[in-house]
Design a binder for this molecule. Structure first.
Ligand code: FE2
Length: 174
């Protein structure tokens, strides 16, 4: 069984390794070779969490699930924005590094919050079966979108995102 929270931690470790590798890149070619796959992985990962993890955290998590999800979407937007900014500049230039560093800082902060708040909340409230089922969905999602094919990476309105997974007025008597 692949628990979705373990798969997410695997991705987080690979993001930290990717940014560390960037420290050792010696020229723009090496920088590009590290950054492009890392940036794409960050984007696919955020999309996968928004489709597979957070809807279930919102339905099943504890009292803080809404705040945790709002934070996560806001952070994902900041990471996406920094990646988009990096693509507006030549690799290895100062503004490129500034954007990459922005992505790194936002990502590091986000991983810490997710690991200390959202993921523990989900583990405490979700069944083993659900964690395994979502793990299978997670792997299938990556398999269905090799190199992000078929996905668009857009910022989402945090409030609207969260509201879309909560019961609407009038649904309660159903
Ligand atoms: Fe995330």
């Amino acid at each position: 069984m692949d628990d979705i929270t373990a798969l997410i931690l695997d991705d987080h470790a690979s993001f930290r390794r990717g940014f560390a590798r960037l420290d050792d890149a010696k020229d723009p070619e090496q920088m590009r070779a590290v950054w492009e796959p890392l940036a794409l992985h960050l984007e696919i990962h955020a999309e996968a969490e928004e489709r597979i993890l957070y809807p279930h955290l919102l339905r099943r998590g504890g009292d803080d699930a809404e705040d945790e999800s709002l934070d996560a979407i806001r952070d994902h937007n900041k990471i996406r924005d920094a990646i988009a900014e990096s693509r507006r500049h030549d690799v290895g230039t100062d503004p490129w590094w500034a954007a990459v560093w922005q992505a790194r800082r936002e990502n590091t902060e986000h991983l810490g919050e997710e690991e200390d708040e959202g993921l523990p909340d989900f583990r405490r409230h979700a069944s083993d079966e659900l964690r395994a089922e979502l793990g299978a969905q997670w792997l299938a999602f990556y398999g269905e979108h090799p190199s992000g094919r078929g996905l668009t990476f857009r910022d989402k309105d945090p409030q609207r995102y969260v509201a879309s997974f909560q019961p609407h007025d009038g649904d309660s008597q159903a």
